[in-house]
Design a protein around this ligand. Sequence first.
Ligand code: GDP
Ligand code: IMO
Ligand code: MG
Length: 430
Amino acid sequence: MPVTILLGTQWGDEGKGKATDWLADSADIIARYNGGDNAGHTLNVEGVTYKLHFLPSGVVRPGLVSLMGGGMAIHPQRLLAEMQTVSDQGLEISPERLKLATNAHLITPAHQALEAAQETVRGAGKIGTTGRGIGPAYTSKIARDGIRAASMGNPEAFADEVHRAVEVANTILTGAYGAQPLDADAIAAEYADYARQLQPFLVEGWAFLRDALAQGKQVLAEGGQATLLDIDHGTYPFVTSSNPTAGGALTGLGIGPGAVERVVGVAKAFTSRVGAGPFPTELDNEFGAMLRGDGSQPWDEYGTTTRRPRRCGWLDLVLMRYAVAVNGLTELALSKLDVLSQFEQIEVAVAYEIDGQRLDDFPVDQSAFARALPIYETLPGWDADIMGVTHWEDLPAAARGYVEWIETQVGIPVTLVGVGPGREQTLLRV
Ligand code: GDP
Ligand code: IMO
Ligand code: MG
């Protein structure tokens, strides 16, 4: 059973890029299954930092093949720019190494304009999106009005399709939102050019994976965003518009559940959130600022995609247990244990109190979740720099105790522990 799914368990930015890179050691294909360039995945390999948005984290490893799956939303111009950026950093980007599934959907400037108008109308209730046009692109998909990557195979017909889509969006932009219309002719011409450039990368994603699996290849399915941003299982409406949860890997790639052997959830040793929405363990105080960092370290909590400061708080085991259940996680990769070294004591939420009642399970009803007060347990800190530790046994006892306690609380093993951003700053537990 050669597929491993790797996904975020919290609100994103758990360190999925680094964990994917680590697990990619034993993979042949890395396949991103959802989202677009709302994702920002940072990898540090031999002193070089790569910031990936559309590209699967496998592109940093020579010899691996990367697939952008049908569950993704792709902005052709920004994808081409990212391909250029990493090529300039010395990575090989070629149709042999990078593939784009024909059923992926395309983002146009109209989607971005619509999103800006929608966020303005939402006013105080705005979601705080990344502004990349992700929501409207998936809206087009579900409304059956979207444009799929396959259409780029015929750039002339594709230009007509883009033209029509922009004209339709213009009626909404001008009629519903009083916004300026976009220049459909110019966009269609631009998109025909992007199609010519991206055409060689197109594959039938499902067939590519079917053949790879038949040949015994190992596939690592990489999620963007995270469980609590899932359109179905997340903190709706403050979510993204795709399925980062494990089921999204199956629909987003066109593989069956029987092929999946491991489901690895990446969790930060604390919690962060970008954008709006409830966050019970948020620390709007000096501890929150300590978790975030002042921006002087590359791993400080400022968005990879938008540079927005991330909201930070303690680890929340109610959410972790929820992520274990809805994803069928088999194990956890715990990142950023090093960031907790600065605390004498560490708090972890084990349950909530809502309207005077104790609640152990995540409430899907978001009006209840918004009222949830964390019930904390306090664990001892370790007062030592652990960024140079290379073996699990060499961690201070309290640091090991923190990880082992999490394991008992969530019921699955923590197989990887991150103590720094570098590839080598990963402790293996198995
Ligand atoms: P992703 O979106 O889940 O891939 O995560 P991001 O790349 O947006 O954010 C994670 C940040 O933490 C990046 O700057 C990583 O280089 C960094 N990082 C990952 N794992 C660790 C770790 O164990 N310790 C530290 N200090 N930084 C880490
Ligand atoms: P990675 O893959 C953190 C958040 C946005 C916003 C909400 C909806 O790096 O973990 P969208 O633009 O998707 O419609 O915004 O989702 N969001 C993320 N937060 N990490 C991400 O990706 C995110 N992708 C989207 O901040 O709250
Ligand atoms: Mg990120």
